[in-house]
Design a protein around this ligand. Structure first.
Ligand SMILES: [Zn+2]
Length: 572
């Protein structure tokens, strides 16, 4: 089967509204569906999905496209990966089929080599009494070893490399995949395994692909934890450990628990707190939280109550506030992490502590002196700084009220202080994307809009326009593509040809054409006439400036024609 027709079949079997509903809460709104955009932070829905056109568009940030484009953006996938995923969902087998060789073949191969490496590590664990004993002593159950696909890397210098090379992978590819490093000792082989003598925790993306590994020593050697280096498929700041397993429980329980380490996550999971995730040995990032936000906006941070734990919690809270999360903090008794606490005390005390977790304000004020956070006034300023980063005014207001109560500082004083901080930070630059441009060249936009709504009008419009005369570069390039498509023009063919900016225009205009489709012919003629008039005025201005009398005279003749209504002859 040809790539295009297979692609058509896949798209025809998936309904975009059903598909996006797995990611965004959609509500019917007129002919379309509306929801909060997953690609930018907002409180009023500007994300629209059209069932009849099978496209989506966000009027806030401008992202738009079809179902494949949605998944690509949402999951950071290549075209090929997204298509395969959707095909799988539609029940179409395309195992051997590649839609876009250049983009994703390498990524696919890296995912594949990671899968092989994971199998290798799991086999090692089964063969190592020391590793099994270690996990047993840490209270990790057999079922968790299976669920989390835990493995083991032996002490061998290049056990994995040799294994993978036998499967046909080259040294340099194994290194690019993050599984080997150049050997510092400069031995004859040149490479050694990244992970040696470590329990291995595979790191999965949202679709259960292994994208990297984390390793923990079972001896006293250092570093205690080691992660894969970043690769084409793995960016540390993008991924939360165990989100692939936790997502259902997070949705069900309505909040997520964020802990620090792999073992904490696994032990929480064993004790029934399956809504637990962890950043990967780094501070939380807003990219990790964007993904989480699709499931919930409530989190409980669980930290050790020592100084390091408190300052880590502070940093995380600032990020959480910036992403409009409603966060609370649970500080465990000093020296305890969720892993040790649960194994000592069991799930009930942990549950009680979770429900008594501190609000952000409570946490900041309670811990200000303990963490070197400065005095009370500094803490109030720190809290105001966090609140000022929130775009959700309701949550921000609630926090401000609490801050006033707990700090005993007058709320109106806090409010005016908050205003000052906000003023310094400046407005959100994403808002109003594209609108200014559209207003300036309104007719050009409306003509393209008419063609997108009614492709049969393309010929009429194009025969009466000189594309090069137009002002807006995106409109120009889009009209050229429309012209080149000829009678193959439709929404899908156009979206496939378009680049990012053009796609934004196509989906935006098809959901909001800007004129009444009933009077489309009159609108087209009005726009053509206005454009002709604008072009005429410009030429006259140029002629006047250059003092070209002959040209001015011929322009005058044209003007008479214009006035007679013969506007649509192409102006040379
Ligand atoms: Zn958006």
């Amino acid at each position: 089967m040809k790539a295009e027709s297979l692609l058509e079949e896949i798209k025809s079997k998936i309904d975009i509204v059903d598909f996006i509903s797995d990611y965004v809460q959609l509500k019917k709104s007129g002919q379309n569906y509306k929801g909060l955009c997953p690609f930018h932070s907002e409180k009023t829905p500007s994300f629209m999905v059209s069932q009849s056109k099978q496209i989506f568009h966000c009027f806030g940030c401008g992202i738009g496209g079809d179902v494949v484009r949605f998944l690509m953006k949402h999951e950071n996938l290549s075209f090929n990966e997204a298509t395969r995923y959707i095909a799988k969902k539609a029940g179409i087998k395309i195992r051997e089929f590649r839609f876009d060789k250049n983009l994703s073949e390498r990524r696919e191969r890296i995912l594949q080599i990671n899968r092989e490496a994971m199998k290798f590590f799991i086999k090692n664990l089964n063969g190592s009494e020391a590793a099994k004993t270690y996990l047993k002593n840490r209270g990790i159950e057999e079922a968790s070893i299976d669920s989390f696909c835990i493995g083991y890397a032996t002490d061998e210098m290049d056990g994995l490399i040799e294994y993978l090379k036998k499967m046909g992978y080259s040294d340099s590819f194994i290194k690019d995949a993050g599984l080997a490093v150049s050997s510092a000792s400069g031995g004859e082989k040149g490479y050694r395994d990244v992970f040696r003598g470590r329990i291995i925790f595979p790191i999965f993306n949202y679709q259960h692909d292994v994208i990297a590994f984390g390793g923990r020593v079972i001896s006293d050697s250092l570093p205690k934890y080691l992660n894969s280096p970043e690769t084409e498929v793995f960016k540390k700041g993008d991924t939360l450990f165990a989100l692939n397993l936790a997502k259902e429980d997070i949705r069900k329980k309505g909040y997520a628990i964020i802990v620090e380490g792999y073992l904490d996550v696994i032990v929480c999971y064993q004790y029934g707190f399956k809504n637990t995730v962890a950043p990967l040995g780094t501070a939380l990032t807003s990219r990790q939280l964007q993904r989480l936000k699709l499931m919930t906006e409530k989190v409980v941070l669980v930290f050790d109550s020592d100084e390091a734990g408190i300052s880590a919690a502070r940093r995380s809270l600032a990020i959480l506030c910036g992403c409009d999360f409603r966060a609370r903090v649970l500080l465990l008794p000093e020296g305890e992490d969720p892993d040790s606490f649960l194994r000592k005390k069991g799930s009930q005390p942990f549950k009680r502590m979770l429900s008594g977790a501190m609000s952000i304000i409570e946490f900041l004020l309670n811990t200000s002196s303990a963490s070197g956070g400065g005095d009370r006034i500094d803490t109030v300023r720190e809290a105001l700084g966090m609140i000022s980063g929130m775009r959700d005014l309701i949550i921000a207001d609630e926090l401000l009220g609490e801050l006033a109560d707990r700090s005993r500082i007058n709320e109106s004083v806090l409010r005016s202080e908050l205003k000052k901080i906000k003023k310094k930070a400046g407005p959100n630059s994403l808002e109003g994307f594209g609108l200014v441009r559209a207003a300036k060249n309104k007719e050009e936009y409306l003509l393209v809009s008419a063609i997108i709504a009614l492709p049969e009008k393309a010929e009429y419009v194009l025969s009466r326009l000189n594309i090069e005369d137009l002002k807006d570069e995106t409109i120009k390039s889009l009209l050229k593509k429309i012209k080149a498509l000829g009678d193959k023009l439709n929404m899908r063919s156009l979206l496939d040809e378009a680049d990012d900016q053009e796609r934004t225009l196509i989906t935006g205009l098809s959901l909001n054409p800007g004129f009444d489709l009933e009077h489309v012919d009159r609108n087209i003629d009005d726009c053509l006439q206005t454009l002709a008039q604008k072009r005429f005025d410009e030429r006259r201005r140029l002629a006047e400036e250059s003092g070209d009398i002959a040209l001015l005279n011929s322009l005058l003749k044209e003007k008479r024609k214009l006035l007679k209504g013969q506007t649509y002859e192409r102006i040379p």
